[in-house]
Write a protein that binds this ligand. Structure first.
Ligand code: ZN
Length: 344
């Protein structure tokens, strides 16, 4: 009996000590070289891939922007365009590292589209073969310098410099996957987990996968509740699906993505996508719960997150920045397996 006890004790000790032994063997040398992160001063360049990334271009590259508000196409420097996109798409009060991440995402987004349009033709919405437009529903929101001054009281004192710094300190940098600029989509706030492009738009994009986004729960845009009367609910669905038959019930089976967003929802005898439901009722996100009141007069829709949920969450990015993460760490956490290319 005593022997057995000793044997058990021996194995327990080995098991306890094993991790310590492994750690001892793989610990870095005492000079600490291996402990240096890739973001240290000396190794800063190592995080960027080198190659023939001409599309990534210089900040002086000229692009054509169709300004919807003025119905004219204007040629401007790439980074001057980005300086107008940045405050229009992300609160300029956000942490500088979040703004830098946003600058790289916006720059990469327009470069990816520019390349695509050059190869496959320009969309009719872009008058004068513009590389971008200022309609946020089609491309990205954009503000002119004058509009920015009018919109933010602190523009001249604080924000102008901050936006300039975010753009110029990331000049020449864009994100690549398989040596191509990525379609760097982003959104305001995720549900806590981002959605994959496949679940929201139906096509698998290797760098737009579902990832954790820790800080979103703190976003002021995290929760939203919308109540509609049952009549309005049924009318809206019926307007989009005139042949609907409600005899099977109002709300049927719901399928969800790993992130919790609605993939499909059965309303009456019709199957709608989560995106269609979101558009029909102007919901903040597809991560929705639907509840019918006891008297069956009201449908309450509670959502988590704000936006399509794919790619970088802006509030999540700001949370990471506040936690001390760099813009590179932020981008790499939201865009799966991308590399940062820097063109000199
Ligand atoms: Zn556009």
């Amino acid at each position: 009996m005593k022997k057995i006890m000793i044997s058990i004790l021996f194995f327990a000790l080995v098991l306890t000590a094993l991790p310590a032994i492994i750690i001892t063997f793989v610990s870095p040398d005492t000079d600490g070289k291996e402990e240096k992160s890739a973001f240290d001063d000396a190794g800063a360049e190592e995080v960027f891939v080198s190659g023939d990334y001409n599309f990534c271009a210089s900040p002086d590259l000229m692009i054509r922007v169709y300004i919807n508000e003025r119905d004219e196409t204007v040629e401007m420097k790439l980074d001057d365009y980005i300086k107008g996109v940045l405050p229009a798409e992300m609160p300029p009060s956000f942490n500088i590292e979040a703004l830098k991440a946003q600058a790289v995402a916006a720059r990469t987004y327009v470069l990816a589209h520019k390349q695509q349009y050059e190869q496959k033709g320009y969309p009719p919405e872009h008058k004068g073969n513009a590389d971008a437009c200022t309609n946020y529903k089609h491309c990205k929101a954009w503000v002119s310098e004058d509009d920015a001054k009018a919109r933010w009281q602190d523009w001249d004192q604080v924000y102008k410099q901050k936006i300039d710094d975010a753009v110029t300190s990331t000049a020449n940098i864009c994100m690549v996957y398989n040596d191509e600029p990525i379609v760097a989509v982003f959104h305001s706030t995720s549900s806590g987990v981002t959605e994959s492009a496949k679940d929201v738009w139906g096509s698998d994009v290797p760098y737009l996968q579902s990832v954790e986004s820790e800080g979103d729960v703190l976003s002021p845009k995290y929760n939203a509740v919308k109540s509609v009367s049952m009549t309005e609910f049924m009318d809206k669905v019926q307007a989009a699906h005139p042949d609907i038959d409600w005899s099977e019930g109002i709300i049927g089976e719901i399928t969800r993505s790993d992130a919790g967003g609605i993939l499909t929802i059965k309303l009456g005898n019709q199957k709608l996508s989560g995106t269609e439901l979101r558009e029909l009722f102007g919901l903040q996100s597809v991560n929705a719960q639907l509840e019918i009141s006891e008297d069956a007069q009201t449908v309450t829709i509670t959502t988590k997150g704000n936006g399509h949920g794919v790619g970088m969450s802006q509030y999540g990015a700001n949370y990471m920045a506040e936690e001390g993460k760099s813009y590179i760490e932020i981008l790499k956490s939201y865009y799966t397996n991308v590399e940062l290319a820097k063109v000199n």
